[in-house]
Design a protein around this ligand. Sequence first.
Ligand code: AMP
Length: 281
Amino acid sequence: MEIISSPYDMQQWAGAYRQSGRRLGLVPTMGYLHDGHLSLVRTAREQGRCDAVVMSIYVNPTQFAPHEDLAAYPRDFERDKALAESVGTDVVFYPDNHAMYPPYAQTFVEVTEMTKTMCGRSRPTHFRGVTTVVAKLFHIVQPHVAVFGQKDAQQFFVLRRMVNDLMIPVELIMAPIIREPDGLAMSSRNVYLNPQERKEALCLSQSLAIAKNMFDHHETCAAAIRDAMSRHILKYPTARLDYIALVETERLTDVQTLQKGHLIALAVFIGNTRLIDNIIL
Ligand code: AMP
């Protein structure tokens, strides 16, 4: 496995690889890898989607607000390297801030509307950071396919909008959410949870199971499902609801009546840790 830190070297490598007629996949991450991240590398390789996988590991400062956990975000590059290699990653792209945001950089990529709802309400600058860094990664790595997790469903749909709007020649793949045995969606931020919070963090996946069960029993009223979910979350003393959204996935607008393909997503503070989870019906 190769480690490349310079965007220029990465571009050269990717250009030569593409020239040889082989297909390149990209898995962007912020590191502190878990099985969710590793599943994305496997998905990239499935069905002959690509011949080589580049995983980027970069904690992107522009997607954190000043009061958020940029400095505290967990990092362990030695461990990440071993894990990336264990699933057959070909190249880890590991740039630093100076390389990704050279002095005087002032160009951002912004998806204007779908980023104002859901996570965008409490994190108004977050998606601008995500779309900017992913656009840079697409130009640096020039992948044929890029794999993202359903865990960050809004991110996926925002990136799909960006790719369509800017006509970027890359195929986006959404990989399923990988969970702990008790249902908690894997996340690098789960390490922030103390034992009590770790138990109460189950309220996210449990409330989604309640929603799914209601829908499977022919309940399609979004308000009724949202009510049942928030009543469940309120039972947990360390939980504070940020939002529950029941939306269609093209523009992320609220729906009144649920149908197959709609997204139910939520964000909950468990103590000081903000967790997200979702299902697509
Ligand atoms: P992050 O390092 O949190 O920025 O995540 C990098 C990529 O991994 C994103 O596409 C996430 O959606 C994806 N991801 C994170 N957690 C999971 C999970 N539990 N299951 C599947 N994909 C995940």
